[in-house]
Design a protein around this ligand. Structure first.
Ligand code: SAM
Length: 257
């Protein structure tokens, strides 16, 4: 289950890649724009400012996220739906998908299918995190392999759910698209938490990567897992001068046909 309030912690840091992505999409007058895995909707609504004449749709499989988005939809039509089953309508000229495809197995094949099915002149802009080898993710996988948790977390903690920029570029040029692909490591300087409060990197990870762990464990094991993870994260991400440096690599691909 996604919790929009927990996800929106660190909203400024999380939204920056979205704007860095959308800026590179060259569509001028798209008829319809779709945001796949739109989350709580604030970022999707900004697409209506960029393309005021377009029909904008946000799609997400989480009822909690769509509930939050649809509470204040603005000019956007928010719908519950699974990216894996999404088929482009004939007038979709722009597909945006930000920080969502890492959750969708088989998304490489889907990207190729979209290139084939979208109309001529259409654009796809996608961004996925490329930090699955970071100390925080490694710590989650190492802890998750401990006998206490391993059976319930088996298959949930993927080491490699995304490609790098070169991999997506090869995939999509092979499908006939023109591609602009790049990687950026943002250095988020997160304010250190006051004594007695949770480490900011742990709070960040609770909004995303730790969700499946939380859902799979009972309360007692989740509390133990979280406490062990907190110790490791404090070691790998120490506080200096009131901030915690949190490098976050992201992979961007803009494809047009
Ligand atoms: C990290 S959030 C990103 C939200 C938003 N795009 C943003 O940039 O803030 C990932 C979103 O993808 C959605 N998601 C994950 N798997 C999905 C799927 N198969 N179909 C639709 N949405 C999915 C989640 O529900 C969640 O809202």
């Amino acid at each position: 289950m996604w919790d929009p309030a927990v996800y929106r912690r660190f909203g400024a840091e999380r939204s920056r890649p979205f704007f860095d992505l959308v800026r590179q999409i060259g569509a001028e007058h798209p008829r319809a724009v779709v945001d796949l895995g739109c989350g709580p909707g604030e970022l999707t609504r900004t697409l209506a400012e960029r393309w005021p004449r377009a029909r904008i749709t946000g799609i997400d499989s989480s009822p909690e996220m769509i509930g939050k988005a649809a509470a204040d939809p603005g000019p956007v039509d928010f719908r519950l739906g699974d990216i894996a089953g999404w088929q482009p309508e004939p007038d979709v000229d722009v597909v945006v998908t930000n920080a969502a495809l890492q959750w969708v197995p088989g998304h490489r094949e889907m990207l190729v299918r979209w290139v084939t099915e979208l109309p001529s002149g259409a654009w796809i802009g996608m961004q996925v995190p490329g930090n699955f080898d970071s100390p925080g993710h490694r710590a989650v996988r190492e802890l998750g392999a401990a006998p206490r948790y391993a059976e319930r977390l088996d298959g949930l903690l993927r080491a490699d759910p995304v490609d790098d920029a070169a991999g997506y570029a090869e995939l999509l040029t092979g499908a006939g698209a023109a591609v602009d692909a790049w990687e950026t490591t943002y250095l988020h300087l997160l304010p250190a938490s006051p004594a007695g409060e949770d480490h900011p990197v742990l709070r960040w990870m609770e909004g995303t990567a730790l969700r499946p762990v939380r859902a799979a464990l009972d309360e007692e094991d989740w509390v133990a897992f979280r406490a062990e993870l907190a110790i490791r994260i404090a070691e790998t991400h120490p506080e200096r001068h009131g901030v915690v440096a949190f490098p976050f690599r992201r992979i961007f691909v803009v494809a047009s046909k």
